[in-house]
Structures are given as C-alpha cells and as structure tokens.
Design a protein around this ligand. Structure first.
Ligand code: IPT
Length: 1000
C-alpha cells in the first residue's frame, strides 16, 4: 500500500492516515484541509495556493539560502551559520545531501559523526529556519560525480534514467536518507517543510525526456520513506518540466533556477545586455499557474574553476549592485519561494569537490568561507529580506507588467507595479538595465489619500536612480494600522509596539526621498528634514547624506521615523524573539552581527558579534522600565532617552594572540614515494586483471582495465606499477593518464624519474611520451605512475554519462612490446571502498603512501614510521622530483568568546610545477597547485583546528619536475578578530593514528 502513496488519490488517503498517525495528531477528514490543492495532500501543515506556501496556515515568502552541511564538517558551527542567515531576515535554508559521502561502498550507508544530519536539523530549529531538503540522488553542486559515489561507474544503465540497475543502485541511499528527512519533517516537529527530488532534470540527449516514469520513481522513493511534505522541483531553466498536472512524475510545486551572469568571474564588471530576464512571470503563468512562483536556485555568487580568477573577482561580479538589480527584478515577478545559491559555500575538504573547482567553495556568497559577514552583499541582502518580513501585502498582490510610461515620464526608467487592494509596490529599474548612468525621475502613483500624485511633491526635488541600481517604492502601505501613504525611500523594517511604532527607511547615498504618513503632529528629533503637513498628513523629505534624520509623528501615539542612508542602514537589525514569529521583534542599531534578542522580565538579553567598540541603540522592543541589558552575558551600562531609546556601548579590545610561526616547528619528514624503490613490495596491490571494464561509457584501449573505479578506487592519488621484461630496444614510453581538469601525473622507470604531466586548468587528460634510458635485455623493470584524481565529473546533461569518465591510465605504449606484456597493479586509498577512516568518510584519504599508512592522522608522529628530522616543506622541501610528507604539531591557545578564523597561506617559490596537500588533524583541508592556482589561502575552521590544544599539521609535497621543490612560505594567519556570542565550538572527533594492519 505504501508504494502507491501519491500515485492514486485513494492510496494517498492511506498514506495521509499513516502520516497523521505518525505525528500522533487526532485524525481529521481530508476535506477539512485548507484548500486548494491540485491533488490530495498528505498532511495539513505545509500547504500552498497560487501565491505562496502556508506553514501552519500562515502565508510566507520562503526566503532561503543554500548551505551544504558537508562543506562545514563542524556540527557546532551550524548554529553560527543559521543565526547569521536568520539575522539577514531569511526564514529558510536549502541543503543538498551528498550521496558520495554516505555510501562509499554499495549497501553500506553511514550517516554518523560529521555526516550525521541531526545536528544540522537541530540548529535550524533552534535558529528558527525552515529547511528545503535536496537529497538528489543526483545533485550536481560542484561535488565529485555530482553526488554519485565512484562505484556508480560500474552501473551499466544510463544514469538519471529509468534503467533498472541505475534505479536499484539508488534505492539503499534513497531509503535511508528519505527516512532521515522524513523524521525531521515539520509534521514530526522538525524543520523540513519541502523536499526536492532529483536536481535540474532539464537537459538530456536521450529520449524519452522528460521521463515521468523516472521522476515518479524518485518521488516514490521519497514518499515511501515517509516524506509527506510537498515535493518541489528545480528545472535548470523555466521549461515546465514535471510541473503539476496530469500524468506521472509531477511535483507538487514547480520551481526553476537562474544564474544570469554565469560563472566566469574574469570580467566582473561586465553585465551583458540581455542578462536580465523579463518574461519569467509570464512563463510561470503558463507553466504552473496554480503554484507559487518559485526559484529554487538564484545566483548568489559563483563557483570558480582551477586557474580561475579567484573569489575576490566573483565577489565583484555578484556584488551588492547585482543583488539590487537582479533580485528586485525577481520580486517584480512576485516570487515567493526564493533560494539563493550559495548563501554560505564552505570548503571542498577531503576531495569532495569535482574537478571543476578547487578547495575553497567560498562562492562569493553573502557569508564568507571563513564565516565572516563583513561583505557589503550580506548587508544589502539583509535590507531586502527584512522588507519582505514586514510586507505581507506583497504575498498576494496581483502583478502588473513592466512599463516605461505608466508611472514616470522618463523612458530611461522602467516600473513594474504590484497591487493588493489599495497597497501598491513599484519596482523601479533602468530600462537599459545595465547602464552605468544615473537617471532622475518623478513617479506618478495612486494613493487613497491623494488619488494620482506625482512624487516627490516637495518643491524642486526629484528622485534619482544610480547606474546599476533598482528600488522598491510603496504606496498605501500599512504600518500596523497606520498608513504610509507613500514612500520613495525603501523600507528596511517597521514594528508596532504597545507604546509606539518604529519605521526605518533608507535611500542610496546622496539621494533625495520623500514619504507621507497619514498621521499629523511632527517633531524632528534629529537631522535636517523638510516637511509639510496638510489635512491629516505629514510629508517628510530628506537627503540620504550620511546624517541620520529622526522624526516623531503623531499625537500621543507616535510613529518614529528613522531616515537613513543605505550604508548606515546596514547597521540596523530587526531580531525576532521567537523562532518563527516577528510579533515581538527588537529593532536596534548595532554593528557586525546581532544573533538573538530576548526580553526576560524587565531585562533585555542580546547576543551578537562585534569587531570594534560598538554603540548599540535599541529603537524598539526593550521592556519599558528596562532593568538590565546584557550582550553575550555581559551587563552593559545603558541610558534610556526621553523617547524610550536605549543606548549602550559594547567594548572591544583585541585579545593577545600567539599564533605559531610554522617555520620554527619541529618538523619531521618521510619519503612518500617508496613505491619506486626496487625493494618495494606491491604484493598486496590489486592486480589490474579485468579484461573487460564495468564502465559502459568508455571502452578499453588497454588489454586490461586500468580504470581506477573498476577496482574500487575513487578518490585522491592513484598509483600504478607496471612490470615488463626489457628487450633492450625500448626507446620511448608513452602514456595517456586521466585525472580530471588540472590533475597531474608523474612517471618513473624503477627509481629513475621520466617526467610529469604537470596539469593544465582545462585539460582532464594528458598524453606524455618519455625517452627511456638504455635498458638491459631480459631485465625486469617497473614503471610507476602516480596520478592525481581531482574527483569525478558531474553529469549535468542526461545521456552524456560524464560521471563515468574514468580515472587512471587510459592507454600506454612501450615500443617493441605487446601492451599485454606489461603487467599492471594499482592502488588508491587503503581498502578502496572498504575505506579505513570512517570518521572522515570515503573521500578524505587518497592513495599516497603516507595516507595509506595513516600518517596524516593525529598521533602519527609517535609511530615507528621512519620519520627523520626536517626543517620543513619551506626550508627543506624536496631535492628531486618525488613525493615527500612533512609533519609537525603546534599548540593554539585562543580564548573562548572569540571567533577568530585562521587560514594557512602557501606562498609560491618556484617556476617548477608542484602540488601540495594540507592536512589538519587528519582532515585534508587544502590542495595547492602552484602552476595553475588560484588558491593560496586555505581557511580551516575552528573545530577542525583545536583552538585550545595541540594540532597536527601535515603537508604532502609532490614535485613534478627535475630539481628541488620547496614551498615559498607556509603561514598560519588570523583572518579576523571577532568577539562572539557563538557558544563554544567542540573539536570534531576523528580517528587518530593506529598502526594499520595490512598497510603497504
Ligand atoms: C546549478 C546546480 O543545480 C547546482 O547544483 C550548482 O551546480 C549550480 O548550478 C552552480 O553552482 S545548474 C545551473 C548552472 C543551471
């Protein structure tokens, strides 16, 4: 019966019954549910109509940011991210699950330790954030294989199609992750309100497409696991695939993506003429008119590939201007489910990334990889999200169309309106959306008070729109029972308290703005405000010149209007006291971050972060007769003004930090390429003995398969040893290796270096031909090949099977020899799919000798492993091509109560190509490729680093070329000093060094 859930409505009823019983709520007949549904609902907590979703009957704009828990393997930091997102004014987070990390071996699903999602769910609930779960099984996401475990390469059927063996391969994962998600649904008291099956089921070069049967299979997997909340889709572009309707494979709510400026950050100021879409709302009306207009991923930054320009450039491309112009365009379409990809990117630690990206997945998101929130785009996004929190009329407004004439006489300005009863929103942009020129305009608006009015009205003033800017003006806008007749200044927030109403508005630097309140009685408390008062209305006209203006309007029952310039507005916060209610929001001016605010009797308890001495001003929400004000538990002296504004100061003085100088550590060294020595014993390596590959995507060019995934090696460095008996006539050896873009490989004949493929940013395989020294007839020689696997490719277009692109040796030729006369063995990480270190998952550890031995794990220095003293990777380095492993310990003693992100910086020294991997307490937290770049700074979060103890640091250094290889520098640096309200961050438990049985 369960299998039929959501296929037939009778069965759906049965499923519904199961769900309701599961949450132990009394049975209600389905006919009692809030309507309308397109089909039978399975629960009554998350519902929707054409305008919005409802949660517990309440309409909301699901304003969401993408975060990947697996890119921040420190559970204690989840609350930090959620609070920083909540502080933005968001109410949602969307997350992918990366199957590759959870089922490294077919049939063995592990969701423990850092891969346990429960702490993520708990932190979301604590912060008051709803979740959209996106378990795939295919996710893309710039992760290895697009989320596919490497063993998917052995599946014959086409990926992401109805091929039976493919679908079977997904069953175990989907049943398990489905159960985890189901348990955390809002119907069970958890934070999950929506689930997305598949991801961008949009592009295919095989038919049938879209295949409803396939999509239905994925949906059934999710439903059968007990998921009852609505299913939402994520088309890569608005094509209407699987949108609600008749037939199989339909989702409940249709959604799509948008990345208007793409992913090349090298020309970050160029906005193409046609990158702003104008037709999405009309498409929505034809594709899915019965569901809210939903954008499941909208560009929040950009990824950056190996050799790319770096995230600083992406930060310019997707900056605050981008947010203003592109996001306000979406609001003009009436979007009410909106997720920004990414909001916090994090780190591709431990080989989890795909070859198209490097270690950092900063993404130029609003929250930086090191969790700092000092980017302007964070603040801009906060202004926007906060506005919608207090603008319920937006949710059900009818959407107008873009016009250059209706509201203004300047054709350079385009206005799109939205109307809800008499309330109107005006979304204003440049007609040539990407112009750098500013335009001045007046707006003709409709108000109940004045009919058609051209604003601003105050003598001689007009509005202006700077280049690459966009605004939202309002009229007949309710502020808690009083009417804001219109405002050209944008609204950050407002709140009606028992004793007053606080309204905070802002304008771009230097702009003139005007607002009219249907309230009379004016006292200007601060700054220069031009005003007029007529027939029950007060007009305020101001210049956003950097000085705050405050007006008190009313008699007895006052509205305090704070008029700011945008840069000052960045320092204002509206903090909800309850997880999902802004009924008692506290509005305050502070600094770097405000996390929580809570009234406790006559006390106000604040938590937050400061990076400088910070004046605080509580404009509304403090209890009257405030007795005590605390910030992160410290009591602050405060003053309360005649107007009831509370002010205080949070002091800041930097703690004394001692950050170790890494060059003076007691470094140890071990050779990590013993495999080229004649004495090396490879008897435990796997024989490359498959005459047929499992890989359905690519035939062999070699007599036996040398594809690493055929043998269970899917991650990190791969090693091959090929033995042959010489004729003495061999002159050259050629080889094609494949490791994904920017990979490298090196080849030795016995212990003699033949050469390397040094890697190129955009080449995923390479052909090398090496001259051989004179060989002696009848002697046996060993060719050792080391290949860096950059992760598996994604599988964006169905039918391309790119996730099956093999890694390893694709072909080789030894002159005078039949290929079959070379017998090969290979290894990757110790154990292959039976990976040893369960705590760090199937991908963290590759096949380097030091890794196979577990020497990257804490405690390894005590091992009898042949360590020798060394001056380290900077002073000593390697004297010749090869792979060396350097390790040392250092202590940190960073006081609690501070958030002090640290990062390792590698300085380049050499024109010779090399690559290095950084391990911190056993976690691979950086891959550096000096000849490709761009990343040189590697942030490592607290929790991976032990801030109050001993840390184990290791560097694997692989020199690709003749001559010595050294790092030019290796430093541990402080990226910020922030006094924080974040609680303590525990050190993440990982396996420590134990002698490894059977390691070779
Ligand atoms: C979109 C994917 O859904 C997402 O997983 C990620 O890969 C993102 O791109 C890029 O960072 S696909 C988009 C190009 C339409």
């Amino acid at each position: 019966m369960k299998n039929l859930c959501n296929v037939l409505s009778a069965a759906a009823l049965a499923c519904f019954t199961v769900a309701v019983q599961a949450r132990a709520v009394g049975y209600r007949s389905p006919t009692e549910f809030i309507k309308p549904y397109k089909r039978q609902a399975l629960q009554d907590i998350v519902t929707w109509d054409k305008d919005t979703i409802f949660v517990n009957g309440e309409r909301l704009f699901l304003y969401s940011g993408e975060v990947h828990p697996y890119r921040l393997p420190v559970p204690d930091l989840y609350i930090d991210i959620f609070q920083k997102i909540k502080a933005l004014g968001y109410n949602g987070v969307s997350f992918y699950v990366d199957w590759a990390l959870l089922e490294g071996k077919p049939g063995e699903y592990r969701e423990e330790g850092v891969f346990n999602l429960k702490p993520f769910f708990e932190a979301a609930s604590e912060a008051g954030i709803y979740l959209l779960a996106r378990p795939g099984p295919y996710i893309n996401a710039e992760v290895s294989g697009g989320g596919y475990p490497g063993w998917i390469q052995r599946v014959q059927g086409l990926l992401r199609t109805r091929a039976k063996d493919y679908l079977n391969a997904t069953d175990n994962y989907m049943a398990n992750i489905g159960k985890t998600i189901a348990a955390a649904q809002i119907t069970n008291g958890g934070p999950i309100i929506l689930v997305q099956p598949e991801n961008e089921y949009t592009n295919s070069n095989v038919k049938p497409f879209p295949d409803g049967e396939y999509m239905q299979y994925v949906e059934d997997q999710i439903r059968n696991a007990g998921v009852v909340v609505p299913l939402i889709s994520n088309d890569a572009s608005p094509q209407g695939h699987n949108a609600p309707g008749t037939g199989v494979g339909k989702v409940d709510i249709y959604g799509h993506d948008g990345y208007p400026v793409g992913f090349d950050c090298s020309n970050p100021t160029v906005w193409g003429d046609r990158q702003l879409v104008t037709d999405w709302y009309t498409k929505h009306l034809t594709q899915s008119p019965s569901t809210p207009f939903s954008i499941i991923e909208f560009q929040g930054g950009s990824f950056d590939p190996w050799g790319g320009p770096g995230f600083e450039k992406c930060l310019q491309l997707v900056n605050a201007q981008f947010e203003r112009v592109f996001y306000k365009n979406l609001y003009s379409f009436g979007v009410t489910i909106l997720n920004f990809y990414m909001t916090f990117g994090g780190t591709n630690w431990g080989n989890l990334g795909h070859p198209g990206g490097y270690t950092s997945y900063d993404y130029a998101a609003v929250i930086a990889e090191d969790r700092q929130v000092n980017r302007e785009k964070y603040s801009e996004q906060k202004l926007q999200a906060n506005f919608f929190k207090v603008s319920p009329a937006y949710l059900t407004a009818s959407r107008g169309s873009a016009s250059t004439k209706q509201f203004t006489t300047n054709p350079a300005i385009t206005v799109t309106d939205a109307t809800n009863n008499s309330t109107k929103f005006y979304f204003v942009r440049h007609t040539t959306y990407n112009t750098l020129d500013s335009a001045s305009y007046k707006l003709t608006i409709q108000t109940s008070a004045f009919g058609n009015t051209t604003v601003p009205q105050y003598n001689g003033t007009s509005l202006s729109l700077n280049g690459r800017d966009s605004k939202i003006h309002v009229s007949d806008y309710d502020i808690g029972g009083k009417t804001l007749v219109y405002s050209t200044a944008e609204i950050l927030t407002w709140h009606k308290y028992d004793d007053k109403t606080v309204l905070v508005v802002y304008g771009g630097p230097g702009e003139t703005h005007e607002l009219v309140l249907a309230v009379t009685g004016l006292e200007v408390l601060e700054g220069d405000v031009k005003s007029t008062a007529t027939r029950g209305y007060t007009l305020l006209n101001f210049e956003a010149d950097g000085t705050r203006k405050v007006a008190k309007v009313g008699v007895d029952d006052f509205v305090y209007v704070y008029m700011l310039d945008r840069n000052s507005a960045y320092n204002y916060w509206s903090v909800d006291q309850g997880p999902h209610s802004n009924a008692d929001a506290v509005i305050l001016k502070a600094g770097y971050l405000v996390r929580t605010a809570k009234v406790d009797g006559s006390a106000l308890v604040l938590t937050g972060d400061v990076n400088a001495t910070t004046p605080i001003e509580i404009l509304g929400g403090a209890p009257s007769g405030l007795s005590k004000l605390t910030f992160n538990g410290e009591e602050l002296d405060f003053k309360t003004s005649d107007e009831g504004v509370v002010s205080a100061n949070v002091d800041f003085s930097k703690p004394d930090l001692k950050i170790p100088d890494l060059s003076s550590l007691d470094w140890k060294y071990i050779n990590s390429l013993p495999e080229i020595q004649s004495s090396y014993d490879d008897s435990d390596w796997k024989d490359a003995d498959l005459v047929k590959t499992y890989n359905s995507h690519r035939d062999l060019n070699t007599p036996k398969s040398l594809y690493s995934s055929d043998y269970g090696y899917h991650t990190g460095t791969l090693l091959y040893r090929g033995k042959f008996t010489a004729t003495g006539a061999e002159k050259t050896f050629s080889i094609i290796t494949q490791g994904g873009t920017a990979y490298g490989s090196s080849v030795w004949l016995n212990d003699q270096f033949l050469g390397s493929w040094k890697g190129l940013a955009s080449e995923y395989f390479g052909t090398s031909t090496f001259n051989l020294p004179a060989l002696t007839a009848n002697e046996t020689y060993t060719i050792t090949v080391v290949i860096d696997n950059q992760g598996l490719d994604e599988n964006w277009t169905i039918g391309t099977e790119t996730a099956k692109n093999p890694r390893g040796i694709m072909d080789y030729n030894l002159d005078g020899h039949d290929k079959a006369s070379v017998s090969w063995k290979l290894t990757g990480n110790l154990g292959g799919e039976d990976y040893i270190d369960k705590s760090r998952g199937p991908l963290n550890e590759g096949g380097l000798y030091a890794e196979r031995q577990g020497l990257h794990l804490p405690g390894a220095l005590a091992a009898d492993a042949g360590w020798v003293d060394s001056a380290g990777p900077v002073a000593d380095g390697l004297t010749k091509p090869g792979i060396g492993f350097f390790a040392a310990t250092f202590d940190l003693n960073i006081p609690g109560g501070w958030d002090i992100p640290l990062s390792f910086t590698i300085t380049n020294s050499s024109a010779r190509a090399y690559r290095a991997q950084l391990y911190v307490n056993g976690w691979q937290y950086g891959k550096y490729v000096n000849n490709i770049g761009p990343q040189t700074r590697f942030p490592v979060p607290q929790g991976i680093l032990d801030y109050q103890g001993t840390n184990y640091l290791a560097i694997a250094l692989w020199g690709h070329e003749d001559g010595e290889t050294k790092l030019g520098g290796l430093e541990l640096g402080v990226d910020a000093v922030v006094k924080t309200g974040l609680g303590s961050v525990g050190v993440v438990k990982g396996e420590t060094y134990q002698g490894r049985q059977g390691a070779y």
